[in-house]
Design a protein around this ligand. Structure first.
Ligand code: HSE
Length: 367
């Protein structure tokens, strides 16, 4: 059995990963030891090979594992990966953090989209398997069928990204902002709609909303900036789209994806409004078929108000593996332009699911 050291199982992504592993019975086919950077010797969660937490900072312990699986974050990866490799460890490093994504000896993992590439790289000796940016993963889950057909010339994606993508602390700050906005002691519902709007706007502008984590009021607002600035006016989140999609698909020339990334007050689903420039004209029904054939999780949502409101929203999709794609229509710009809207769970396909599936791929590889 594969011996797996699991670091960062307590955080948001790690907890979702552990839930998924339990739900799928993964722990039974693996020898998982839960590790900690701060509480070695403490009580481990159920399902592992030991009731006691191992030490995630002890290279001698880590060397015994076939796989180090980490959701601990970039700081841990920077601190431990090189050290461990430096000790001659040749095991598999599976990581949710972005630190190693662009290294030549790493493979980005999203197996419903690039399973062949993952398996090929595994056979030829790759040992670092890294989850891609969540927005990129969710976009490719949605439209990989079109890429597979060589039909995409470029994509403009305007994102509506959930606060979970920014981390647990920001998510809980958003809940505190929401509590503040509900104006304790004052019944918003007793006000006219305009009075309620003014009261909420006043609080947003008052500086009283907790915002040390997020940097601005997000509740009842949107923030069109994610991550740091790049040199050419893009944010780093926007820059990642083309760079990581190209790497994930192994595309040459690079795929063209650009747009504006926006944080919204959704909790765990990223949504994206797409303008897709096709390389050739095809009937819309073929576009549906190609999208559907991308992977078994894509769901085509009929372009009607009823279907859209019931199936194509963060409220409908949170906690599910399905990736709905809807609002599919020919745009007014000409026959090659198709509009679409997609929603996906940022913590599942955007983070945890590709990691747990990588463990499955390693198990197959071993057998
Ligand atoms: N960078 C993403 C976000 C997280 O801020 O939403 C997933 O990679």
């Amino acid at each position: 059995m594969l011996r797996v050291g699991f670091v960062g199982w307590r955080g948001m992504v790690g907890s979702v990963l552990l839930q998924r592993m339990r739900a799928e019975g993964d722990l039974e086919g693996l020898e998982v030891r839960f590790l900690s950077t701060s509480n070695a010797g403490g009580e481990a969660p159920a399902g592992g090979v030991s009731g006691v937490l191992g030490d995630a900072l002890d290279v001698r312990q880590l060397r015994r594992f076939d796989v180090v699986l980490t959701c601990q974050g970039g700081g841990y990866t920077s601190g431990m990966h090189e050290r461990l490799r430096g000790e001659g460890w040749n095991g598999f490093w599976i990581d949710a953090a972005s630190t190693l994504r662009l290294r030549p000896d790493a493979t980005l993992i999203l197996d419903p989209v690039n399973g062949d590439r993952i398996r090929r790289n595994l056979r030829t000796g790759c040992r670092n398997f890294i989850g891609a940016n969540c927005t990129v993963s969710l976009l490719l889950m949605a439209i990989s069928g079109l890429y597979r057909e060589g039909l995409v010339e470029w994509v403009s994606t305007m994102t509506y990204q959930a606060v979970s993508g920014a981390g647990a602390r920001k998510l809980s700050e958003l809940t505190r902002q929401l509590r503040h906005l509900s104006l304790p002691g004052r019944d918003l519902t007793s006000l006219t709609s305009l009075e309620a709007e003014q009261a909420v706007t006043e609080v947003q502008r008052s500086g009283s909303l907790p915002s040390t984590e997020i940097g601005a009021p997000l509740a009842c607002s949107v923030l069109p900036w994610i991550d740091r600035a790049m040199d050419d006016g893009q944010t780093r989140e926007e820059w990642k789209a083309s760079v990581e999609a190209t790497r994930l698909l192994g595309a040459d020339p690079p795929v063209k994806i650009d747009g504006t990334c926006v944080r919204v007050d959704a909790l765990r689903c990223h949504s994206q409004a797409l303008c897709i420039k096709l390389g050739r004209e095809v009937p819309l029904s073929d576009v549906h078929d190609m999208l559907r054939s991308g992977n078994p999780w894509v769901r085509i949502v009929e372009n009607t108000k009823e279907a859209t409101l019931s199936r194509l929203t963060p409220a409908a999709v949170g906690g599910k593996l399905e990736v709905p794609v809807g609002r599919i229509r020919r745009l007014q710009f000409g026959p090659l332009f198709v509009g679409a809207f997609t929603v996906g769970d940022q913590l599942l396909w955007g983070a945890a699911e590709p990691l747990r599936r990588m463990l499955e791929i390693l198990r197959e590889h071993r057998n």
